[in-house]
Design a protein around this ligand. Structure first.
Ligand SMILES: Cc1cc2nc3c(=O)[nH]c(=O)nc-3n(C[C@H](O)[C@H](O)[C@H](O)COP(=O)(O)O)c2cc1C
Length: 153
């Protein structure tokens, strides 16, 4: 495992404001932008989109993650951003992906929309659950469809 100093991770959930039926196209745009920006900054992560929620993990050098997350928070394509984790970490969870797309998942949406209401004491547990969910979906897609499903960093 490569040890990286000052590795930082942000995990959040938010409510999508992408209007159907164009949501898929707009999502492609977000992903293309994310992969370009993240690769240039040494950021990796995963994004999950459900009917009306996003869940995202971003990890990388602290200043880069803070800069990108600042822009993401101001993005009018979503609202009600709830930060579940913002902390230094020892290692990357999604080191192979500039932004793995964990897809549009109805089941996942139902599971993590409930997490958006997590109180302060529950945030750590919620972050762990969202990370686990992202990891599981990314691993399943990468295994089933090959690396094209989750574009490498
Ligand atoms: C749900 C969501 C996730 C995003 N994730 C990323 C990301 O991981 N990296 C990134 O650079 N931009 C991401 N964006 C886009 C940024 O919010 C923003 O549009 C972009 O960084 C602005 O860059 P620009 O002003 O240089 O065009 C995301 C946007 C949304 C709505």
């Amino acid at each position: 495992m490569t040890v990286e100093p000052s590795l930082f991770r942000v995990v959040y959930v938010s409510r999508s404001l992408l209007p159907e039926p164009a949501a898929g196209t707009e999502l492609e745009r977000i992903l293309a932008r994310a992969r370009r920006g993240n690769a240039a900054r040494g950021i990796t992560g995963a994004l999950l989109f459900s009917e009306d929620c996003f869940a995202q993990a971003l990890e990388g050098p602290a200043p880069a993650v803070e800069e990108v997350f600042e822009a993401i928070q101001c993005d009018p394509r979503h609202a009600d951003v709830v930060v579940l984790e913002a902390a230094p970490v020892a290692a990357r969870e999604f080191g192979a992906w500039s932004m793995a797309y964990a897809g549009r998942s109805r089941q996942a949406g139902a599971r993590f929309s409930a997490l958006a209401g997590a109180g302060p004491g529950e945030a750590a547990t919620a972050a762990g659950r969202v990370l686990g969910l992202l990891r599981a979906v990314v691993d399943r897609r990468a295994g089933a469809q090959g690396p094209a499903a989750a574009v490498p960093a």
